[in-house]
Ligand binder design. Structure first.
Ligand SMILES: Nc1ncnc2c1ncn2[C@@H]1O[C@H](COP(=O)(O)OP(=O)(O)OP(=O)(O)O)[C@@H](O)[C@H]1O
Length: 890
C-alpha cells in the first residue's frame, strides 16, 4: 500500500527545486505498508500505526483520494505554485522542511512535473507518540493491493547497502501531513500528471469500489480499503502510457530515501518519561482477524468429536497427532545436515538475504514468475537436488515430522472414515461440545458460535478454493520481485523476512501435492456431508477462521493473539483438557511449513534439554498438521514485554522488574548458547510475560501500570540457528542487530548478547536504543552512543561504510544532526547514579562491546554483582499452570 506525503522543500535544501524563492509542494512516495510483520520491520514496526492512520486520513479526504488516482503526478514535484492558486499552509522557509497541512484541493489545471530527485525528499510522519496515545484501528491492505511498478533494470540498486541521497532533515513535525500519491511513477505518463478537478468523495469512493469489485470480486472488508489493487493501478497507468512520455531516468528506488526519513516523526517525539536517546516506536497493530464481521459459525474440517485422551496425544515432547509416515519427501528431524540442506535449498537461512540484497531481481522458481537467468536457474536446480538427496539419504530418526500435503490429506481421510461411520452421533456431539465451550465465550459476545449457538447444518456444497491456473501467480511474482528491488531489504528486515521475500511466491504455486490436497478435500466432502470443508485460506495462506471454529475436532478457536511472519497465533480451548492453549497456525505455504519444521526441531531439542523447565524458554506442547497448516501448541502466555510497554505509554519498567526480566532473559539465552544455538531474533516482542496482571500506581503524577509478577518465557525459535548450520549473512531485527552482522563479518552467539544489551536498555528507558532503518546511520548511532568502531572491524569489513578506517559519515549532514539529537553517549541515559543503575549500565556497556570476542558472555553477565541484588526466589522459574475455562478471565 503506498502512502505519499507532502512536504515543502525549502530553497537551498537538499530537496529544493529550481525556483529558489518559491516554496514548492513536493509529493513523494513514502512507503509501502503491507500488513505483514516482515514489512513492518522494514518501515518501522512501531510506526505503522501512524502510517496507517495517515493513510486513512488520506483516503477519506476528497482531494487526496482523487489524487490517489494519479500516481505519477503525485510522486513528482509540483511546479512552483502560481499566485492565485490554492496555497497550502506553508511553514516558514528554513533550511529544514516542514510538513504541510493537507491542501484543500488542487485545481485541475495544475500540472505536476516529474520530480527530478524524489530521493532527496524527506518524508514526514506524525509523531509516534501522538498516535500511540490515540491509536487508530486501520485494516492493513493485502499485499497484492500494492501498486508496484515494474522497475527497469537500470533502476535496480543491487548494492548491499544502498547509498542514500542526501536528505534534507526537517524539523520534527508536530502535525502529520499525509496525502496519497502514486508508487508507480515508473509507469506513469506525463498525462497522468494532470490532477483532475475535485469531485465529491462519495463519487470517487464509489467509483473506486466499483473498480475494485470488478477486479477483485465481491468486496471484503479488506478490498473496501479504498486502495486500488495493483492490477487496477497498473491498468490505469498502462492506459496513461499511451501518451508521449519522457524517458524515465535510471535512479535508485524511491523507497530507500523515502523510508529513511521516517525517523523524522520519531525525532519530534519527546521521550515519554526520561530524556532518553530515542523515542519509542509506535505501537505495532497486531492483526486480529476476529475483528472482521462475524462469519456464520462453522466447523473446520469435520464436526467436533470428543477426542479420547491418549498418551501419545498428551506427550509433552512432540505430540504426534498423526502416525509416522515415511516417504520420499520426508524431512529429517535430528540429522544435522537436513536443516542445512533445507535452508540451502529454500534459502531460509542461507544466502537469500544476499540475493535480496545484491540481486533485486532474485530468481523466483515460481512457475509463473519471469524466467531466472541461466546461472541462477542452475543454482536453484542444484540446491533443490541437493535438498532431495539429503532428505532421501538421511532418513528420519524419530519420524516425528510429516510432510506437508500428504499428512494433511491423511488427516482429512482419517476424519472422513470416522465420520462416515458415526455421522449422526458426531453431529450431536458437535452440538454438545459447542454448547459446552460457548460458556467460555459468552461474556465476550460475538458470533453465533460465541453465543453457544449450535453449529450450522453442514452443507454438501462447501466451497473449495480452486487451485490457481498456471500463470495465475505471475503478477504477484512480478510484484514480489519488484518489492525486492524497491525495498532494498537488508537495511531493515530480519533474515527470516529476507528469506521469505527473496523466495517470492514460488511456494504458492499449485504444486502437485497441493492439487492432491485440494482434490482430496473435494473427495472428502463428496463422501461425507458432515466433513464440510469450509476451511478457506486467504491469499497469503493464512487459515480463515472464526471464533468458535474447531480444529481437528478438538481445539476451539477463541481469539487471535498475534500474527507473525509465519502465521497466526490463536487462543484455543482444548476440549479434552479444558485448558486454554496458544496455537500457532502456520500459513499453508510450503516454505513456511518447512520453516515451521525447523522451529519444531529446535523446540524439541530445547524440551529434551530442559525437562525441569528452569530455563525460561517456551515449551511446545505438541504439533500437528491441519489441512496444510502446521500447528504448534504452546502454553498460553501473557503480553510481550513490548506490548506491555506500549500499553503503558512506554513508561519504563521499574529497576527491580528490569533486573528480574534481565536475569531470566540472560539465563534463557545462555541456555540456548549452551546448546549450540543462537536465537538471532531477540527482541522485546519475543519475550512474553507469563501473566499480564498488573496494578495501577501513580508514578510521576501519572497512572502507571505495574506488573504483579514478571516471569517471562522466550519464544519464537523460527530463526534459531545451530552452530553447525549455515549462518546467513543478515540476521536479527534491525534495532537489535549487532555491528558484526551489519558489517557482514560473520556472527555467532555474541550477536544475541548484543540484542540482549539493546533490550535491557529498552526496559530501563522505555525507548529503543537504535531507532533507525539504515545501516550507515545505524553505525553512526553506535559511534555516538558507544564510541568509535574499532579499526580492526572497519578494516575487515567488505562493506563500503568506511573510508580510511573511519565511518564515512558527514558530520555536517542533516542525518548527522538527527543522530546527534536523538542519540547520546550510553551512560547519559542513566536516570540516577544509584549503584543499582550504574551496575546495570556496566552490564549493558559490556554487552554492547563492538568486538564479538570481547563482548560479555551471558555466563559472565549472570555473575555480575547487579544480579546479587535479585532475591533468590526470583532466580528460579515457576512451572506454568495452564489456564482453564474455569479460571481464565474471558
Ligand atoms: N504462547 C503464546 N501465548 C500468547 N501469545 C503468543 C504466544 N506465542 C506467540 N504469541 C503471540 O503471537 C505473536 C507471534 O508469535 P511468534 O513470534 O511465535 O510468530 P512469528 O511468526 O515467528 O513472529 P515474528 O514474525 O515476529 O518472528 C507474538 O508476538 C505474541 O504476541
Amino acid at each position: 500500500m503506498p502512502v505519499f506525503h507532502q512536504k515543502v522543500a525549502s530553497s537551498g535544501g537538499a530537496g529544493s527545486i529550481a525556483n529558489p524563492n518559491s516554496l514548492a509542494l513536493r509529493r513523494l512516495p513514502l512507503v509501502v505498508i503491507p500488513r505483514k510483520r516482515k514489512y513492518k520491520n522494514y518501515v518501522s514496526r512501531r510506526r505503522n500505526t501512524q502510517l496507517l492512520a495517515s493513510l486513512r486520513r488520506c483516503v477519506s479526504d476528497p482531494h487526496l483520494y482523487k489524487s490517489y488516482n494519479h500516481w505519477k503526478g503525485l510522486s513528482s514535484p509540483m511546479t512552483p505554485i502560481k499566485s492565485g492558486a490554492p496555497t497550502p499552509s506553508l511553514a516558514p522557509t528554513s533550511k529544514t522542511s516542514t510538513p504541510l497541512t493537507v491542501p484543500p484541493a488542487v485545481p485541475a489545471h495544475k500540472k505536476l512535473t516529474p520530480n527530478p530527485s524524489p530521493t532527496q525528499n524527506p518524508v514526514k510522519l506524525p509523531s509516534p507518540h501522538a498516535v500511540s496515545e490515540k491509536p487508530e484501528k486501520v485494516e492493513r491492505p493485502e499485499k497484492s493491493e500494492k501498486p508496484l511498478a515494474e522497475k527497469p533494470k537500470a533502476a535496480v540498486a543491487p548494492t548491499t547497502v544502498p547509498a542514500r541521497a542526501p536528505v534534507s532533515k526537517p524539523a520534527a513535525p508536530k502535525t502529520p501531513v499525509a496525502t496519497v500519491a502514486p508508487l508507480a511513477e515508473q509507469e506513469g505518463s506525463s498525462s497522468s500528471n494532470q490532477v483532475p478537478a475535485p469531485s465529491p468523495i462519495s463519487k470517487q469512493v464509489s467509483g473506486k469500489l466499483t473498480e475494485l469489485k470488478s477486479k477483485n470480486g465481491p468486496p471484503t472488508e479488506k478490498t473496501v480499503l479504498r486502495i486500488p489493487s495493483a492490477a487496477s493501478t497498473r491498468a490505469k497507468l498502462a492506459a496513461a502510457e499511451t501518451q508521449p512520455q519522457p524517458a524515465a531516468p535510471a535512479k535508485p528506488s524511491p523507497f530507500a530515501p523515502a523510508i529513511a526519513p521516517l525517523r523524522d516523526g520519531a525525532a519530534a517525539q519527546p521521550a515519554p518519561v526520561q530524556n532518553v536517546a530515542a523515542p519509542p516506536r509506535p505501537p505495532v497493530a497486531k492483526q486480529n482477524s476476529l475483528q472482521k464481521p462475524p462469519e456464520p459459525k462453522r466447523s473446520l474440517g469435520a464436526p467436533p468429536k470428543p477426542i479420547v485422551p491418549n498418551e501419545a496425544v498428551h506427550k509433552i515432547d512432540g505430540i504426534e497427532f498423526l502416525p509416522k509416515e515415511p516417504e520420499d519427501g520426508q524431512l529429517p528431524t535430528t540429522s544435522t545436515g537436513g536443516p542445512k540442506a533445507l535452508r540451502r535449498a529454500y534459502g531460509s537461512k542461507s544466502g537469500t538475504t544476499i540475493c535480496a540484497i545484491g540481486s533485486p531481481n532474485v530468481p523466483s522458481t515460481s512457475h509463473a514468475g519471469p524466467p531466472p537467468p541461466d546461472d541462477e536457474k542452475r543454482l536453484i536446480e542444484k540446491k533443490l537436488s541437493l535438498r532431495k538427496k539429503k532428505m532421501a539419504g538421511e532418513g528420519v530418526p524419530g519420524g516425528s515430522l510429516l510432510t506437508g500435503s500428504k499428512s494433511g490429506v491423511e488427516i482429512g481421510l482419517s476424519l472422513n472414515n470416522n465420520n462416515n461411520v458415526k455421522e449422526q452421533t458426531d453431529e450431536q456431539r458437535a452440538k454438545k461440545t459447542v454448547n459446552a465451550v460457548s460458556a467460555a465465550f459468552s461474556t465476550q459476545g460475538g458470533s453465533g458460535a460465541a453465543q453457544g449457538a449450535p453449529p450450522e447444518e453442514p452443507t454438501t456444497t462447501a466451497t473449495i478454493r480452486e487451485p490457481p491456473p498456471p500463470g495465475a501467480q505471475k503478477p504477484k511474482s512480478a510484484a514480489v520481485q519488484n518489492l525486492i528491488t524497491q525495498l532494498q531489504l537488508p537495511a531493515s528486515v530480519s533474515a527470516k523476512v529476507d528469506k521469505i521475500i527473496a523466495s517470492g511466491d514460488k511456494a504458492r504455486k499449485p504444486s502437485r501435492t497441493g492439487l492432491q490436497t485440494q482434490q482430496n478435500r473435494s473427495k472428502i466432502i463428496e463422501q461425507n456431508p458432515l466433513a464440510t470443508d469450509r476451511l478457506r485460506d486467504d491469499k497469503d495462506g493464512h487459515l480463515v477462521y472464526s471464533k468458535g471454529d474447531f480444529i481437528l475436532n478438538r481445539f476451539v478457536i477463541h481469539e487471535t493473539l498475534g500474527e507473525g511472519t509465519f502465521g497466526k497465533v490463536v487462543r484455543v480451548i482444548d476440549t479434552v483438557t479444558d485448558n486454554f492453549m496458544a496455537l500457532k497456525i502456520i500459513k499453508n505455504v510450503n516454505k513456511y511449513r518447512e520453516a515451521a519444521r525447523l522451529e519444531i526441531k529446535v523446540l524439541q531439542r530445547l524440551s529434551e534439554r530442559d525437562k525441569d523447565k528452569q530455563n525460561w524458554v517456551i515449551h511446545m506442547g505438541g504439533h500437528f498438521e491441519y489441512q496444510g497448516h502446521m500447528c504448534l501448541m504452546f502454553d498460553l502466555l501473557g503480553p510481550s514485554i513490548f506490548d506491555f510497554l506500549k500499553n503503558n505509554h512506554y513508561r519504563p519498567y521499574p529497576i527491580n522488574q528490569t533486573m528480574h526480566i534481565a536475569w531470566q532473559v540472560c539465563k534463557a539465552v545462555k541456555f540456548l548458547h549452551e546448546n549450540k544455538l543462537t536465537h538471532t531474533d531477540l527482541k522485546p516482542e519475543n519475550i512474553l510475560f507469563v501473566s499480564g496482571d498488573y496494578t495501577t500506581q501513580v508514578m510521576d503524577k501519572k497512572p502507571t501500570k505495574v506488573l504483579k509478577e514478571t516471569q517471562i518465557r522466550l519464544i519464537d525459535f523460527g530463526s534459531a540457528t545451530f552452530d553447525h548450520e549455515h549462518h546467513s549473512t543478515i540476521v536479527s531485527t534491525r534495532h537489535y542487530r549487532a555491528p558484526e552482522v551489519i558489517l557482514e563479518l560473520g556472527w555467532n552467539q555474541p550477536c544475541d548478547v548484543w540484542s540482549v544489551g539493546c533490550i535491557l536498555y529498552e526496559l530501563y528507558t522505555g525507548c529503543t536504543l537504535f531507532q533507525t532503518h539504515e545501516n550507515r546511520e545505524h553505525l553512526a548511532m553506535m559511534e555516538r552512543v558507544l564510541g568509535d568502531i574499532p579499526p580492526r572491524m572497519a578494516k575487515k569489513t567488505k562493506t563500503k561504510f568506511f573510508v580510511n578506517g573511519r565511518l564515512d559519515w558527514a558530520q555536517s549532514s542533516p542525518d548527522a544532526a538527527y543522530v546527534r539529537d536523538n542519540c547520546k553517549p550510553l551512560r547519559r541515559s542513566m536516570t540516577c547514579t544509584e549503584p543499582e543503575h550504574v551496575e546495570l549500565f556496566e552490564i549493558i556497556e559490556h554487552m554492547l562491546a563492538y568486538e564479538p570476542m570481547g563482548r560479555m558472555k551471558l555466563s559472565e553477565a549472570i555473575e555480575h554483582r547487579w544480579f546479587r541484588r535479585l532475591p533468590s526466589e526470583l532466580k528460579h522459574s515457576t512451572v506454568l499452570t495452564p489456564p482453564t475455562k474455569a479460571n481464565f478471565p474471558v
